[in-house]
Structure formats: structure tokens, C-alpha cells
Design a protein around this ligand. Structure first.
Ligand SMILES: [Zn+2]
Length: 462
């Protein structure tokens, strides 16, 4: 029986779905205005593992991840670059989708975008106004009325009175209460806008997720996820909006991952301690990033440094050793103990994952199986005899999303690709576009897709 820690109740609870065998998950995605960093990778990997495990437990999983493509940061960056905001955000959406693919994260069932959800967002806000949960100010802003929502603060375990003490209404805001938050913002001069009953404007951040949830998954969902930095105000406000609008419980379980820490601090743009996913993957494999996450506890902070990454890399190599073929002189082995090891590894794996996705425990179960397989091989097991254990092993590593392929750069073909890319970069430096195009075509014929960015050229087999 799967048990999940629920932020809403602050308890570990048995997992029960709304509908039999179907899990509806919504995870808050990224605001697309820059390269995604390894902190985003951590969150994506945590929820990918959760999703893969639910699939392993025979659930059908509808997994929605949104893109915030309308936002102040996007508008500012687009202004700097002299680009259309929606063009800029689309570029980073495609880019992030590619990052996730390179990280072996399963594609979401749906990836809604704010810019494409506008009619429903406006309808949602109108509904809240009609029910008295929201009000339009004279300047064209619309606010959520927190005093009307009796259990506001439920998720983050705060009381409105305590929150009020530290808050105040800023100059120019026409709020009734300092904790009221914007559902709709009147457009400033020269900004991207949409027409609405309250004039030209754009949605506030929180309302988009309530609307996209409703559009893709309906009024009630099983799991809502995101980083623990989203608990307040974002998720608190999502609950307030959706439950006020539908009159029903929004999400049964709230799952939050801890933050990636670099040098003891949360990785963030404002701190400037960023490692982009592309930079990371140019030096280490996707499996190493995933193993870093697996070695930790998803709710706790995750240390990202050479030491923890090297440890993750060693674990990946140790897992890979199970897939080696039998030795040339293999003559046979009593394989009863190997089948017992398969059963015990599967049991321990499931027990660990059922315990609020204890991935470190699941990896430990895999190591038991690695040891059994390697012992059997050393004692003369044939490929035929190793096969069932290796297949079971691969099934379980796949649940965790590990690929366990040989690293780029280790095979002859990889070395050839790298040499060609180096030659192409040299040709580009010398503005020899003819040669550069020739090499691109040659790589394409070899089934290699390359991508140029300011951090250099990355490639993968297409
Ligand atoms: Zn959200």
C-alpha cells in the first residue's frame, strides 16, 4: 500500500485515488524566459519518478505540467532583446522540452500555456466575482478577497491575522485587505495585453494554474505538486481560487520537493549561482543527475556539489556492472539463489517506494540484486542464466528512469561525432559555412542531432 506525505494535512497518508486506477497529477512548470537550471531538473525528475512508479503500480496517469508564458520577467527580457514576448517564451518552451527529453523525463500528457487559456481564465475570474470572492478595482485590477475564504492559510498553516501583521497595501494598489492578491492586472503602457470585462490586461500568476487544472483535469485532482517554495503564496492561492469557484476539494494530496542547494544556498537566478541543464549535461550524464536525486530524500534540500555528484556517478557505474555479459569461460551455475534474489529485490524495492517514495531505499534494493548478479557471473553463470535477473533489474531501473547506457564519448562512434563537432566549430569560427553545413549533413546521416547555444554545441542520437 502506497503512502504519501501530504503537505496539506502534514501527515503520511494511504494513497486513495478519486477514480479507480486513474491518477490525475498537476505539477507547476517553469516560467520560460531563460535556460532552465539543474534546480528545475531536480523537480522534474522527482515528479517523473513518482509518475513512473504509479505507472509501475498499474495506474493510468494523467500528468499535466504548465508553462507560464505570460509574466513580468518574460516581458522584461523580451524588451531587452527586442523580441516579441510570446515568441521568446515559445523558444524557451521548446528548449525546456528538449532539456527534459535529454534528462529522460517522460513527456507530460498535456502542457497548457497561459497565453492559450485566456478565455477560461477570464471566465474563472468572472465566476469568483459573481460569488463575492473577488472584486474589480477602479484601475482595472481584479483581486481575490481573502477575508471571504474561511480556510485561507490551510496549506501553509498560517492564520490570516498573523499574515496581516507583516503585510501592507502598496501605494497605487486598490486592495480591501493587504493579503488580497491579483487575479487580473491592468496593462501598463506598451505591455502585451488581452481584452477583458475589466479592460486591457493580463492574468495574475496564481489564477493560471487554477484555470489550466480545470481545463485539463476537471474540478478535482489526486495530486498537486511543485517545489516547496511554491507552498505560499502560489499553492495557497490556487486552493483558495479553485475551491471558492467549484465548492469542492481541489487536490487530495499535495506533494512538495525540497530545493537544490549550491554552496548551502538555493539555486536561483537572483543569487546568480546557476548551472543550466545544458551545461550540466555537457559534462555529466542524465543518469548522474537522476542518481543525485535518488540518493536523497525528495522532500529535503539536495546538496549539489562535486562530492555528491561523484558519489552519484559511482552509484551509476556500480549499477551498470550488473548488465555485463557472462564471462567467456562460463560453464553454468545453480541459479536458484539468483531467482530468490530477484524476488527479494522486487519486494524491497516496492516496500521502499511505497514508503513515501523512499528512492534511496529502492536503490539499496537494486544494489542487492547487482551483487547477486555479479556473484553469479563470477561463479560461472551463463548469459541464459543471468538473463532473468538482468531483465528484472532493467525493469526496476526503468521505473526510476535510469538509462544506464554507456556515456557519450566512450564508444568509437561517439568519438567520431565529437571530432566532427570540433571540426565544425572550427569551420564556423573561420566563417567556412560550406564546410560547417557539410558536417551538419554528415552528422544528420549518422543519426545525430546537434544544437548550438551560447554554452557550446550539444548533441544526441535522434
Ligand atoms: Zn502553479
Amino acid at each position: 500500500m502506497l503512502k504519501i506525505y501530504n503537505t496539506l494535512t502534514r501527515k503520511t497518508e494511504e494513497f486513495q485515488t478519486l477514480e479507480p486506477n486513474l491518477v490525475k497529477i498537476y505539477v507547476c512548470g517553469v516560467t520560460v524566459y531563460n535556460d532552465a537550471h539543474v534546480g528545475h531538473a531536480m523537480s522534474a525528475i522527482v515528479f517523473d519518478i513518482i509518475r513512473r512508479y504509479l505507472i509501475y503500480k498499474n495506474y493510468e496517469v494523467k500528468f499535466v505540467m504548465n508553462y507560464t508564458d505570460v509574466d513580468d520577467k518574460i516581458i522584461n527580457r523580451a524588451k531587452q532583446l527586442g523580441e516579441e514576448p510570446l515568441k521568446l517564451s515559445q523558444r524557451y518552451i521548446d528548449d525546456y522540452a528538449n532539456d527534459l527529453k535529454n534528462l529522460n523525463v517522460l513527456p507530460a500528457t498535456a502542457t497548457p500555456q497561459v497565453s492559450k487559456t485566456m478565455p477560461l481564465i477570464i471566465k474563472f475570474i468572472e465566476g469568483l466575482i459573481q460569488k463575492g470572492y473577488a472584486y474589480a478595482a477602479e484601475n482595472g485590477d481584479v483581486y481575490f478577497r481573502v477575508t471571504k475564504d474561511e480556510d485561507y492559510g490551510r496549506l501553509s498553516n498560517r492564520k490570516l491575522d498573523d499574515m496581516q501583521a507583516g503585510a501592507r497595501i502598496e501605494v497605487g494598489e486598490q486592495k480591501e485587505h493587504p493579503m488580497d492578491f491579483a487575479l487580473w492586472k491592468a496593462a501598463k503602457d506598451g505591455e502585451i495585453f488581452w481584452e477583458s470585462p475589466w479592460g486591457k490586461g493580463r492574468p495574475g500568476w496564481h489564477i493560471e494554474c487554477s484555470a489550466m487544472n480545470l481545463a485539463e483535469l476537471g474540478e478535482q485532482i489526486d495530486i498537486h505538486g511543485g517545489g516547496n517554495d511554491l507552498i505560499f503564496p502560489h499553492h495557497e492561492n490556487e486552493i483558495a481560487q479553485t475551491e471558492s469557484y467549484t465548492g469542492k476539494e481541489f487536490s487530495r494530496y499535495w506533494i512538495h520537493n525540497g530545493m537544490l542547494q549550491l554552496g548551502g544556498e538555493k539555486m536561483s537566478k537572483s543569487l546568480g549561482n546557476i548551472v543550466s541543464i545544458k551545461e550540466f549535461l555537457s559534462t555529466r550524464s542524465a543518469d548522474v543527475m537522476r542518481m543525485l536525486v535518488l540518493n536523497g530524500t525528495y522532500r529535503a534540500p539536495l546538496m549539489f556539489n562535486d562530492e555528491t555528484l561523484d558519489a552519484a556517478e559511482r552509484n551509476v557505474e556500480r549499477l551498470k556492472s550488473a548488465l555485463k555479459p557472462a564471462s567467456a569461460s562460463a560453464s553454468g551455475y545453480n541459479s536458484d539463489s539468483l531467482s530468490a534474489s530477484i524476488e527479494s529485490a522486487k519486494k524491497n524495492f516496492t516496500e521502499a517506494m511505497d514508503n513515501d517514495f523512499n528512492t534511496a531505499g529502492a536503490v539499496a534494493a537494486l544494489f542487492e540484486l547487482v551483487k547477486a548478479i555479479n556473484t553469479a557471473r563470477d561463479n560461472g553463470a551463463t548469459n541464459e542464466q543471468l538473463k532473468p535477473a538482468q531483465e528484472a533489474f532493467k525493469e526496476l531501473t526503468n521505473v526510476l528512469g535510469l538509462k544506464l547506457e554507456d556515456k557519450q564519448g566512450s564508444s568509437e562512434k561517439d568519438a567520431e561525432v565529437n571530432a566532427l563537432i570540433a571540426e565544425r566549430n572550427e569551420a564556423r569560427k573561420q566563417k567556412n559555412w560550406k564546410r560547417s553545413d557539410e558536417i551538419r549533413d554528415q552528422l544528420k546521416e549518422m543519426g545525430v542531432t546537434i544544437e548550438d547555444s551560447k554554452d557550446g554545441t550539444t548533441w544526441r542520437y535522434s
